[in-house]
Design a protein around this ligand. Structure first.
Ligand code: FAD
Length: 283
């Protein structure tokens, strides 16, 4: 089976930021990704910016571009309108998520979990959209235990997801075990590892604590060593991420999804190294 890469962007508010995304997408399009995706603020805060960015990236790059869509705090009517707008604008892919309620907002609205959103999309739009869902090899931070989390992941797949993208991780063993467990639970959709290149250790550390992604102790110690030497940190981190991607490919991962942070590098460099090492897989 041919493997694919894909890249995620977050919507920018400034003109400079918007121009950066378009030029990054044009550069990364040379790698022939299967798709780009654009994140979406929970509670609908970024709905218009996401919509504009999705359309802009798809038009500039010629690569199918997915919109992330969070449902918490929203209504069926509102989500239905968003789906109709995407369909009318030739957007065929979605990353369907529950999202997190913004601080101070308590009413989840008509959707409580992502499986309900997937069900609604299928009910509303049939098979028009290719639907990705989120997967958590190291467990979603709100889940009581891994078994419960896995069962909930299976619900999203059964509701009609076509493929899944994982939360980022730095330990490929957790991903491999997760994929094996999913197969035993009857999941047969591709589970694409989410790859987060490392740029700034401090912000990565903060973000990882919040989303429940582990930075292994040995890796944290190495990265801390380069606290005042960003060049060495990047060289080390890029090498580690490249090696981890190679390991994932050797173990049969169906592709790689890069949390690009709206940057060309190091995503381009890492991808080229991996694709060059597995030319038969990326045709
Ligand atoms: P769910 O799958 O609904 O799971 C949330 C929690 O509820 C889990 O603990 C799960 O075990 C539990 N659960 C699920 N279903 C049930 C059920 N039926 N009954 C009981 N419990 C259940 N956030 C954004 O705001 N915007 C984005 O664009 C965005 N993109 C993302 C992309 C990826 C690839 C990933 C991995 C995450 C992304 N997130 C994004 C973060 C995501 O919104 C949060 O992790 C959020 O807390 C959970 O969303 P989910 O779709 O995984 O939720």
């Amino acid at each position: 089976m041919t493997k694919h890469v894909s890249f995620e962007f977050f919507p920018a508010k400034t003109d400079q930021g918007k121009a950066n995304i378009l030029s990054a997408s044009e550069a990364l399009a040379t790698l022939k990704p299967e798709f780009f995706s654009v994140t979406f603020g929970a509670g609908g805060s970024d709905q218009q910016t996401t919509f504009d960015t999705v359309l802009g990236v798809q038009q500039a790059s010629g690569i199918p571009t997915a919109s992330h869509l969070t449902c918490v705090g929203s209504s069926r009517e509102r989500i239905g309108t968003i789906l109709d707008n995407y369909k009318a604008n030739n957007i065929t892919r979605l990353v369907a998520l529950r999202g997190d309620l913004p601080m101070g907002m308590e009413d989840p609205g008509e959707f409580h979990y992502a499986n309900e959103l997937v069900e609604f999309i299928r009910e509303h739009s049939g098979d028009y959209f290719h639907i990705e869902v989120a997967a958590y090899p190291e467990k979603h931070p709100q889940s009581i235990d891994h078994k419960q989390d896995l069962d909930n992941f299976v619900k999203k797949v059964k509701a009609g997801a076509d493929s899944a993208i994982t939360q980022y991780f730095y330990n490929p063993d957790g991903y491999s075990y997760f994929v094996d467990e999913c197969a035993k639970a009857g999941v047969d959709i591709p589970i694409i590892p989410g790859i987060m290149p490392i740029g700034n250790f401090e912000s990565l550390s903060r973000f990882s604590d919040a989303c429940g992604a582990e930075i292994p102790r040995w890796l944290r110690i190495r990265l801390e060593t380069y606290e005042n030497d960003p060049e060495s940190l990047r060289a080390f981190a890029d090498d580690y991420i490249t090696q981890m991607c190679m390991t994932l490919m050797e173990r049969g991962a169906p592709g790689l999804h890069f949390y690009s942070m709206n940057k060309v590098e190091p995503n381009m460099q890492i991808c080229k190294a991996v694709m060059g090492s597995f030319p038969q897989d990326f045709t």
